[in-house]
Design a protein around this ligand. Structure first.
Ligand SMILES: Nc1nc2c(ncn2[C@@H]2O[C@H](COP(=O)(O)OP(=O)(O)OP(=O)(O)O)[C@@H](O)[C@H]2O)c(=O)[nH]1
Length: 168
């Protein structure tokens, strides 16, 4: 049985909707682990749109930093959707925390005997090389994090303009 799925794609590529459909396809009450924090009205609106779209039947946990801990604490009988790795990385970098050890911990916990886990991430770095050093460091860290989690996942999907493409 497929246990862990990583979905990557650009902004508004449909990756969150694809992830929600996959998790709902397991036919079980599910847990949503959100890494986003609402710092402004725009983000509040995005989050409200997501919550309205998900509807009832989802248990939502907001965890901006301790993602491995949130996954460990989640009910193992329920499928989990993690949305998204890129914001988690941003939160760790802004808090000046290491991301490599938590990324390895997250990858390790995907091997656990539990209901499936679907993870959303962003495909960054396809454009021109950013001019500032922080943006370049973020781009490189995001790429490495995606590789670490993709390697640990049973399936990897790319969402392009609302269309899913299976990579692994
Ligand atoms: N805190 C919190 N964040 C949430 C909740 N629901 C969704 N989010 C966040 O909303 C973010 C995704 O929002 P969007 O900006 O619509 O995603 P997008 O990348 O532009 O679009 P897609 O590619 O279609 O997914 C994710 O990072 C989630 O963590 C929630 O209930 N609470």
């Amino acid at each position: 049985m497929t246990k862990s799925i990583l979905i990557t794609g650009g902004a508004r590529s449909g990756k969150s909707t694809l992830a929600e459909r996959m998790v709902e396809g397991f036919g079980l009450p599910a847990t949503y682990i959100a890494t986003a924090q609402a710092f402004d009205a725009e983000m509040e609106q995005r989050i409200a749109d997501h919550q309205a779209r998900r509807g009832a039947g989802w248990h939502t946990v907001a965890e901006p930093l301790d993602l491995p801990g949130a996954l460990e604490a989640a009910d193992p009988a329920r499928p989990v959707l993690i949305d998204c790795l890129t914001l988690w990385l941003t939160n760790l970098l802004l808090a000046e925390r290491d991301w490599r050890a938590p990324a390895e911990a997250l990858a390790g916990s995907l091997a656990r005997d539990r209901a499936p886990v679907v993870i959303v991430t962003n495909e960054v770095g396809a454009g021109i090389v950013p001019e500032n050093a922080l943006a370049r460091a973020f781009r490189d860290a995001a790429g490495s994090l995606n590789q670490t989690i993709a390697q640990a996942c049973d399936e990897l999907w790319l969402s392009v303009a609302g269309h899913p493409l299976q990579i692994k």
